[in-house]
Write a protein that binds this ligand. Structure first.
Ligand code: UD1
Length: 432
């Protein structure tokens, strides 16, 4: 049982380096097996999700060499198997990106159907619709998606729902299809653009990524590339929120400020000061924050992956705030944990949180329910004066590299302990 021990109440201050984007890395790693030549990828975050995907890629025969902690060399020429193991998909849903990558390159792939998860039902009908439109036969057999094709042919696809995953999967399946594919109502997230840039660096011909119409001219094959992944919008946003909730002064470095505008704008509404430079954003919060309304939306709207973090911040703001979740149907389960810390939040119809700001949170024994909600509970604990413990930190480690070390660098009293009895040994027990 590994848990975070956090003694909050310290305004966090200083600089923090943001790593490569987890969600871009998952798509780019999967796509890197689409050439028989060797691909070098830099700025890969060393987190559980990317490591599980790399293991899934190795399990079908890809060779992956780690040059250093954040650089991998991948060669997909020896792939001999098109079936992704159940264990990998159980650990991370994004293993299904290998469906698009394998189908696009070898015209066959078999991946167990990803089940529901902590965020509620997550359908993959748009992925399947896209593969079928390209000419693949897709059947569900023994709980797996089996996709096969004699050839893939470019076509016009209209997504019924804006889906990051379906846009990425269909884009990968289409890059080596014959002729031209047009994806309408495509997702515009920075990681969709990053994947398109990466595929183009391998010889693909993709235009329009970052708009809602993506045009792909099929090419016969892809070639080697060296590519660095963009910085993580959500990791950066989480540290920006840490400045806001602790009334601190944090500069997030190695970021693309444009990707953070939706978060910066909300922080300004709350009363934070924001300073932007070319590759850094500074957030200063010196007084109690104001209330606001937030609705999660596809990019460039406010990201659903920042919803728990802004909700915990608004829990300490003046007045009544409202947060509406419009992407996932079950993303407020962590509110029960927050209420145990003294928050006054009511969730209506499963997708709207009515938040009456309280003056402080009190420490509690908590459990991380999923990745982003887990990170949000860490933020809440950083604002509570006494010692909070957060169990099940494996969820948080899915997407944050060295989270506790980066927070320590900003002055936080946080550490990992292997058991509750070890809490006594912590240095910051005695710090007031
Ligand atoms: C990705 C991100 C995740 C983020 C989410 C929304 C990765 C690895 N994960 O997840 O962190 O929270 O985008 O920004 O990048 N849907 C359908 N049919 C489909 C596909 C999706 O109905 O075929 C629905 C989903 O149930 C959900 C919504 O569309 O309600 C958005 O899902 P989607 O954008 O596909 O999210 P993911 O790609 O799974």
């Amino acid at each position: 049982m590994r848990l975070y021990a956090i003694k909050g109440g310290v305004p966090l201050a200083g600089e923090v380096e943001i790593g490569g984007a987890k969600n871009a890395a998952l798509a780019i790693l999967a796509a890197s097996i689409m050439t028989d030549e060797t691909v070098l990828i830099e700025n890969v975050p060393d987190v559980r999700d990317t490591n599980v995907l790399i293991a899934a890629m190795e399990s079908v025969g890809a060779s992956v060499i780690r040059q250093d902690r954040h650089t991998v060399k991948i060669n997909g020429s020896q792939i001999h198997n098109f079936v992704i193991d159940d264990e990998h998909i159980k650990k991370i849903r994004a293993s299904y990106y290998l469906l698009g990558a394998l189908l696009g390159k070898y015209k066959r792939a078999e991946v167990p159907l990803p089940g529901g998860c902590n965020l509620g039902t997550r359908a993959i009908d748009q992925h399947i619709k896209g593969f079928r439109a390209l000419g693949a036969e897709v059947v569900l057999k023994n709980g797996s998606v089996v996709a096969t094709a004699t050839k893939l042919k470019g076509t016009h696809i209209f997504m019924d729902k804006v889906s990051v995953g379906a846009t990425i999967n269909v884009m990968m399946a289409a890059v080596m299809a014959e002729g031209r594919t047009i994806i309408e109502n495509a997702a515009k997230e920075p990681h969709v653009v990053d994947l398109a840039n990466f595929l183009n660096s391998m010889g693909a011909r993709i235009k329009g990524a970052g708009t809602d119409v993506i045009r792909i001219n099929g090419v016969a094959k892809l070639h080697k590339s060296e590519y660095a992944i963009i910085p993580d919008q959500i990791e950066a946003g989480t540290f920006m929120m840490a400045a806001a909730i602790t009334k601190g002064d944090i500069t997030v470095k190695n970021v693309i400020p444009k990707h953070l505008e939706c978060i910066s704008a909300k922080l300004v509404e709350l009363g934070c000061e924001i300073e932007e430079s070319d590759d850094a954003v500074r957030v200063v919060a010196s007084k109690r924050l104001r209330n606001t309304q937030v609705k999660t939306l596809p990019y460039p709207g406010f990201p659903t992956d920042m919803q728990p973090q802004i909700t915990v911040t608004l829990g300490l703001s003046e007045g009544i705030s409202i947060v509406t979740e419009s992407i996932f149907d079950n993303r407020f389960k962590y509110v029960d944990e927050l209420v145990r810390m003294g928050a006054d939040i009511k969730v209506e119809s499963g997708n709207t949180a009515i938040i009456s700001g309280v003056k402080e949170y009190t420490a509690a024994k908590l459990t991380a329910p999923d990745l982003r909600a887990g990170a949000a509970l860490v933020l809440a604990a950083l604002a509570a004066k006494d010692m909070t413990t957060i169990d099940d930190i494996k969820y948080i480690e899915r997407g944050y590299e060295d989270f506790h070390l980066k927070l320590q660098g900003l002055g936080a009293h946080i550490d990992i302990v292997e058991a509750e009895k070890d809490l006594q040994k912590l240095n910051f027990q005695v710090v007031s």
